[in-house]
Design a protein around this ligand. Structure first.
Ligand SMILES: Cc1cc2nc3c(=O)[nH]c(=O)nc-3n(C[C@H](O)[C@H](O)[C@H](O)COP(=O)(O)OP(=O)(O)OC[C@H]3O[C@@H](n4cnc5c(N)ncnc54)[C@H](O)[C@@H]3O)c2cc1C
Ligand SMILES: NC(=O)c1ccc[n+]([C@@H]2O[C@H](COP(=O)([O-])OP(=O)(O)OC[C@H]3O[C@@H](n4cnc5c(N)ncnc54)[C@H](O)[C@@H]3O)[C@@H](O)[C@H]2O)c1
Length: 463
């Protein structure tokens, strides 16, 4: 392939890829090639003569983004990445693509699965320590990290340990079964695929109706597994969809044979030896708790930042490790970013955020100007044979739905739902739930950014 190599940015998740052409799909979020814009005139990174040791804890999006930024501005720094995941992934990988492993284990053989090729770490003189060495403690006074039996000295530390799946107290007993699981790592998805493909899994019960479980539900249905989803909230994806959007999503789910209970409260768990046999659930439509059995139980009820090591080191910790706009923690030599960091009271567990914060941390730790600004990003879910798109404020930021003027197109017979949300006559958000390509996301994001007036925006209801 000949031609000028450019940088292509995914408008959905913000990930950037080099190439003559945009990639066919975004390895981070699965968006198709139409969702890329060329980034021309990218400024060259400013250079410093920093020669110290930068130690990066974690090997996810935030960590590797920090590594890239630091290396670009500090060619002479020593950089070490330390992380531990239950399986040994040979290299840091795109976490969002691991759900594809369920239907396509061959993704591991594709170059696009890995954040960077092995040669990149060698060429950039990055030391990777991913071989399951536990990070035991951070000593900010001595500027050391205890890793397994060894002590590693740092000049600057990046804390990018991400988050782990949490089970709220009522759901916690569900995780005690040998047939229960959460889904965060490649190892988790390998385990799920092994039990599903071994046969014997006829029914799965998924606790939590967030995007993670919905994508997994869709994959399981296509593998012939019967799926029940229990969601505690009265409607689906309440931060991304209004009530009508939720109904359209539920329609798409039920058309595939999925059983859904919203407003569901787990009341009890019955074990059969080491395995969970069934759950008792209070659902609004029935006076007595329903009993639901399954062969596997998957809990995806949100995430909790990995803060334990930071707390033990005496860093300021709230829901996440508290950082300022430069991603500096309460210790000036330690920077935190990604799912583990809390900025202005918010932990934002998304790919885009992890990358953006990582890039700020990698620059700021060198003393360079860098500052984090939250970028609202669209949501794209590909499940149940529809694309679910939510852009901007889709009717849930203001306290009362009547504060929005809306335009809606709802065609259940064609599985098409489109809705536009206006405040003060300007477009603030949109929902699209429909089969086909998701390239409308482009038009929607720019129209929302522009605050397109109602008269002109109405055409966005059409194809
Ligand atoms: C299946 C799935 C699909 C997703 N899809 C999307 C999507 O489409 N769009 C989107 O925006 N977001 C998505 N997300 C969320 C997104 O992947 C995360 O927000 C993002 O990966 C966070 O990156 P991070 O670097 O902050 O943390 P992580 O990726 O969690 O990385 C943390 C790193 O720290 C290491 N670590 C943690 N604790 C220790 C320890 N004690 N010792 C050593 N190492 C440790 C881990 O091994 C890991 O390398 C998805 C998540 C999952 C699980
Ligand atoms: N396309 C994407 O953006 C994407 C895809 C997959 C995963 N992710 C990210 O992965 C992480 C994990 O996903 P997730 O779906 O677990 O988190 P989530 O916070 O997005 O959704 C959790 C869901 O569980 C529900 N829930 C909470 N307590 C419950 C209870 N007691 N009983 C029943 N339901 C309960 C919540 O109401 C919510 O709907 C999140 O950070 C998510 O943003 C993002």
């Amino acid at each position: 392939m000949t031609g000028k190599v450019r940088l292509w940015k995914c408008v959905v998740c913000g990930e950037v890829f080099p190439g003559v052409y945009p990639p066919e799909t975004c390895a981070a979020c699965g968006a198709s090639f139409e969702m890329f814009v060329a980034l021309d005139n990218v400024e060259e990174a400013p250079k410093t003569d920093f020669q110290g040791h930068i130690v990066v804890l974690g090997a996810g999006a935030a960590a590797i983004s920090a590594v890239k930024a630091a290396r670009a501005s500090a060619p002479q720094a020593e950089i070490t990445v330390i992380a531990e995941e239950p399986v040994l992934p040979t290299l840091p990988y795109f976490r969002p693509s691991i759900s594809d492993y369920l239907s396509d284990p061959a993704i591991l053989t594709k170059d696009s699965f890995w954040l960077q090729p092995a040669a990149w770490y060698q060429q950039n003189n990055i030391t990777l320590r991913l071989q399951g060495e536990k990070i035991r403690a951070i000593n900010p006074q001595a500027r050391t990290v205890q890793v397994g039996a060894s002590t590693v000295h740092y000049d600057k530390l990046v804390y990018a340990l991400g988050a782990f799946n949490c089970a709220p107290p009522p759901v916690e007993p569900l995780l005690r079964g040998a047939n229960s699981m959460t889904l965060r790592t490649l190892e988790d998805f390998k385990r799920l695929r092994t039990v599903v493909t071994a046969g014997g899994v006829k029914k799965a019960l998924l606790m939590g109706g967030g995007i993670l479980n919905l994508e997994v539900a869709s994959e399981l249905l296509s593998l012939g597994v019967g799926v029940t989803v229990l969601e505690v909230m009265p409607r689906m994806l309440p931060r991304q969809l209004d009530a009508a959007g939720s109904r359209a999503l539920v329609r798409a789910m039920q058309a595939k044979g999925l059983v859904l209970h919203t407003g569901a409260q787990l009341e009890g768990v019955t074990m059969d030896g080491p395995r969970v046999k069934e759950v008792r659930v209070k659902v609004p439509e029935q006076p007595a708790p329903a009993t639901i059995d399954a062969d596997i139980f998957i809990v995806s009820c949100g995430v909790k930042s990995a803060t334990d090591l930071a707390k033990s080191a005496g860093l300021a910790v709230n829901r996440g490790v508290v950082v300022d706009k430069r991603m500096a923690t309460s210790d000036p030599n330690i920077f935190a970013c990604g799912d583990c960091a809390e900025h202005l009271g918010l932990v934002i567990p998304s790919w885009n955020n992890a990358m953006t914060q990582g890039a700020v941390a990698g620059k700021a730790l060198l003393g360079l100007d860098a500052s984090f600004e939250r970028q609202p990003t669209p949501i794209l879910m590909d499940a149940f044979d529809v694309k679910v798109i939510s852009v901007g404020d889709a009717g849930s930021a203001l306290p009362n739905p009547t504060q929005y003027t809306t335009l809606e197109r709802d065609e259940p017979q064609n599985s098409i739902f489109r809705k536009l949300f206006f405040v003060g006559g300007k477009l603030v958000g949109a929902i699209v739930i429909a089969p086909g390509e998701a390239n409308v996301i482009h038009a929607l994001t720019s129209a929302v950014a522009e605050g397109m007036p109602l008269g002109r925006a109405a055409r966005l209801l059409l194809d």
